[in-house]
Design a protein around this ligand. Structure first.
Ligand code: 13P
Ligand code: SF4
Length: 353
């Protein structure tokens, strides 16, 4: 069952993009950031959607580039005392919840996510109160306060398996906030799910009609789709999955060309891991369409070199993630549940191999 729940007052405060830097300034910033990371026992924990130069810098400094599940795990297990989370705010909050003893800095605390904005904790909590017999499953792309209200946190890497497990136990589910990911999971698992109606402004814009036109031009291309995209786009996919799963698919599938319906930041890793293949951005609208995000998350794009340098040198108040202690303790439970479930699953898969 789906519930139509309108969050009318949502508006998206689109940020200004980082200024273009001269080559000299870029080189200086990179070498300073490298020096400061070492001096401060800090490590970059970076999402695949950040700009290529940030991913390259993360590799050069021995940090981690990954999806949101692995970012959470890596941050928790990292030996460094300071995590510089190059992603969006919910990723920094997750790192802080799992590692309260570490300092978690973000290039900018203004890097948010339309899913997080579209699921205010007070409204979500009131919705949950109306359905006390439901298990509350929230996507990682939410605030600490929303996580604190949940029984489970999931990311797109593990959502199917967790909901499958809950469905097998006969549990009824409240799902929030992404309506497209929820619809995909519901279709795959047959679970009884009440859906919050949030959306990712990047993936929501991929257009099935324009994708059909593009596929005609590249009939041998495989289509890779992140499940935050609309069902009509997901239905055309050769592979659907989290960012890590899409990168794996781009290596495993025999096709030479791929049309990719997710943030174009992912092309850095895809091209690195399959250098002889061709990757094309999926279209975000018909001819002449204007799009809000054009396949690049405006908040991920805020993670520029100047902002990372500022996190390492500037006023910590402007960069440090803090999570209220009561919320942190509550949100730790569903997050740990997810990480434990993922670890058990990995062991099972290894055992069966
Ligand atoms: P992944 O967990 O697949 O990396 O997705 C995070 C995200 O924000 C997708 O838009
Ligand atoms: Fe949020 Fe979408 Fe940006 Fe991911 S791509 S952080 S879901 S707005």
């Amino acid at each position: 069952m789906a519930v139509t729940l309108r969050i009318d007052e949502v508006n998206y405060p689109f940020p200004a993009l980082p200024k273009k830097l001269s080559a000299d300034r870029q080189a200086w910033l990179k070498s300073e950031i490298k020096r400061l990371l070492k001096a401060q026992n800090a490590v970059l924990v970076t999402h695949y959607y950040t700009d290529p130069e940030i991913q390259a810098l993360t590799e050069e400094t021995g940090g981690c580039i990954s999806d949101s599940l692995e970012m959470a795990r890596y941050g928790r297990d990292a030996e460094q005392q300071t995590l510089i989370v190059a992603g969006v705010k919910f990723m920094g909050e997750t790192a802080k919840i799992l590692s309260p003893e570490k300092t978690v800095l973000m290039p900018t605390l203004e890097a948010t996510c339309s899913l997080d904005i579209g699921c205010p904790a007070d409204k979500f909590s009131a919705f949950c109160d109306q359905h006390p017999d439901h298990t509350i499953v929230v996507y990682a792309n939410t605030s600490a306060a929303v996580k604190a209200r949940a029984d489970w946190v999931v990311t797109s890497s593990i959502a199917l398996e967790i909901v499958d497990h809950l469905e097998a136990n006969g549990e009824k589910i409240i799902w929030a906030p992404d309506k497209h990911l929820g619809a995909y999971i519901q279709k795959q698992t047959g679970a009884d799910m009440l859906m919050w109606q949030g959306e990712c402004i990047v993936h929501d814009e991929f257009s099935a009609q324009a994708l059909r036109d593009m596929k005609k031009l590249h009939p041998d291309a495989a289509i890779l789709v992140h499940p935050e995209s609309p069902a009509s786009v997901v239905d055309m996919a050769d592979a659907v999955g989290s960012t890590t799963q899409l990168i794996s698919a781009s290596q495993a599938l025999p096709n030479q060309t791929f049309i990719v319906a997710t943030d174009r930041g992912i092309f850095y890793k895809m091209q690195q891991q399959a250098p002889n293949k061709t990757f094309i951005e999926a279209p975000t609208g018909g001819n002449g369409a204007t799009c809000k995000s054009c396949a690049h998350c405006p908040w991920m794009a805020m993670n520029g070199l100047e902002a990372i340098y500022s996190a390492l040198t500037g006023n910590h108040q402007q960069h440090e993630i803090r999570v209220d202690d009561i919320l942190r303790v509550k949100a730790m439970k569903p997050l740990t549940r997810m990480l434990d479930f993922a670890a058990d699953l990995k062991l099972k898969v290894k055992g069966n191999a």
